[in-house]
Write a protein that binds this ligand. Structure first.
Ligand code: URA
Length: 227
């Protein structure tokens, strides 16, 4: 077993293999995405379809190494049909740039595809209806790393109620494929609590180191000085 594999075994992540990605130009890949998007647009599985302006599917590079997962569309996202386009979205874009990516380099999606009225927290049954869509997006993108932004996304993806603080600066994994997952603050929280931007920056650096380690086959360093 290589050092790399031993490290992941030690932190509880079983070895995984990067699968071959289908070419985005093959009819199969295109129709998978198109079918999924049409299913989301037609979804009436929970009551949120009654109040939405439109569904908010996801945006970005469908072959991204990094997939960012938020909570649910807000007012602007519901209006424009794209995740993270409001003030929080502008901060998320700046966070993405801070680790050397453009918004178009990563794939961005939410747990819920419809806006909860008054931006209330998602209900368990809404998440249960919508998670299969997110899982299919993850299966199509095949990211190397997931970045969960905020308490709600982190709690649902990791099936935990632990504080966001205790989930930060750790390597988690998601789903049967055990896709590596890192947690950070939601940009809307950071707008209200700018002092925590320093911690978010450390999380982003951890994200960047992890992606580099995946590319170079070395071990990502956990930040021992995380604030
Ligand atoms: N907050 C989210 O979690 N997602 C969005 O798309 C917008 C705001």
């Amino acid at each position: 077993m290589t050092d790399f594999q031993q490290y992941y075994k030690a932190i509880g992540i079983l070895p995984w293999q990067q699968r071959q990605k289908p070419s985005p130009f093959t009819p199969t890949a295109l129709s998978d995405w198109d079918t999924l998007k049409q299913r989301v647009e037609a979804c009436t599985a929970c009551t949120l379809h009654q109040t939405r302006t439109q569904t908010v599917f996801g945006v970005g590079n469908r072959q991204a190494k990094l997939m960012i997962i938020g909570e649910a569309p807000g007012f602007h996202e519901d209006q424009q049909g794209e995740p993270f386009v409001g003030r929080a979205g502008q901060l998320l874009t700046a966070m993405i740039r801070a680790i050397g990516f453009d918004r178009s380099d990563v794939y961005i999606a939410n747990i819920l595809k419809c806006r909860p009225p008054e931006n209330r927290d998602p209900k368990q049954e809404e998440v249960a209806c919508c998670t299969p869509f997110l899982n299919q997006q993850i299966a199509l993108v095949k990211p190397q790393l997931l970045l969960a932004v905020g308490r709600i996304a982190s709690h649902y993806l990791l099936n935990t109620k632990s504080s966001l603080e205790s989930l930060r600066n750790k390597m988690h994994s998601y789903g049967a494929d055990e896709i590596p997952l890192i947690v950070t603050f939601h940009p809307a929280y950071l707008l209200r609590n700018p002092a925590d931007k320093k911690k978010a920056f450390l999380d982003l650096q951890f994200t960047q180191r992890t992606l580099r380690a995946f590319t170079h086959g070395s071990l990502p360093r956990i930040n021992t000085q995380a604030l």
